[in-house]
Design a binder for this molecule. Structure first.
Ligand code: C5P
Length: 232
């Protein structure tokens, strides 16, 4: 997989996501299905979007005891998604169990990445709400190293952290980065943000972009701008 822009399709129904994607004509952007859409429409939305020719990142951010995660991943492995994820905070035992469950009998599996620290969390929130009193960048790096040694393919982190993750975990270890904003647009609830061009400089492999595209007056133009700035 090369560098690409993944559109976060944070919609509440299949109808809304089809209406949105129809605007792209023959183009088939890489899409992210998150909890809102997956809980609303179930696995069928994955099958339908795959049948339309989209690559899919199924962003379900699983976090539970290892046994439950293994069984959950076994069920998800039946879906033909390209990337899925768990929270690194679930521990190395949980991530190893996730990989075991995700791997199909023929040895194939979707890429599995770990969420490090959500891009809506900053140092202050992390210290006050989750009582982690260490520098946030250090926490992200520690989660990334644990994910790598648990056998995962990469992490979700913020664009400013991508270069350091590559330095420590290697160039092949994927960095998938939400928290992307155009220079002139509102951050919303995101805290650790960068523009698509800066994310490219920082070495992100994939940027995940939601509202700057889905809420744009012209989503196709906004998507194309992301591709121009990020992929070149
Ligand atoms: O609208 P926006 O561009 O902020 O959307 C970012 C998307 O990436 C959302 O779907 C959000 O759930 C997801 N995400 C994130 N931070 C993470 C992991 C996923 O913002 N660490």
């Amino acid at each position: 997989m090369g560098k690409d822009v993944i559109i976060a399709c944070d919609f509440a129904s299949a109808q809304d996501v089809y209406a949105f994607l129809d605007r792209f004509g023959e183009r088939r952007p890489f899409v992210k299905i998150g909890m809102e859409l997956f809980y609303a429409e179930g696995p069928e939305i994955v099958r339908q979007l795959k049948a339309r020719g989209h690559k899919i990142f199924l962003d379900v951010k699983c976090h539970d005891i290892p046994n439950t995660i293994k069984k959950t991943m076994r069920v998800l492995s039946r879906l033909d998604v390209d990337i899925t994820n768990v929270h690194a905070a679930g521990t190395s035992r949980m991530m190893e169990a996730a990989l075991e469950g995700l791997t199909r009998e023929d040895g194939t599996r979707p890429l599995l990445i770990a969420v490090t620290m959500l891009t809506s969390t900053d140092q202050e929130i992390m210290e006050e709400d989750i009582l982690i009193k260490r520098p946030l960048s250090e926490v992200v790096m520690s989660y990334a190293v644990t994910a790598k040694y648990s056998g995962l393919d990469g992490v979700v982190c913020s664009p400013p952290e991508a270069a350091a993750v590559h330095d420590v975990c290697g160039e092949e270890f994927l960095t998938v980065t939400p928290g992307v904003r155009f220079a002139e647009s509102a951050a919303g609830d995101q805290k650790r943000i960068m523009t698509p061009a800066a994310a490219k400089e920082a070495g992100s492999d994939y940027i995940v972009v939601g509202r700057p595209i889905t809420e744009a007056d012209d989503p196709v133009a906004a998507y194309e701008r992301c591709v121009r700035e990020f992929v070149g």
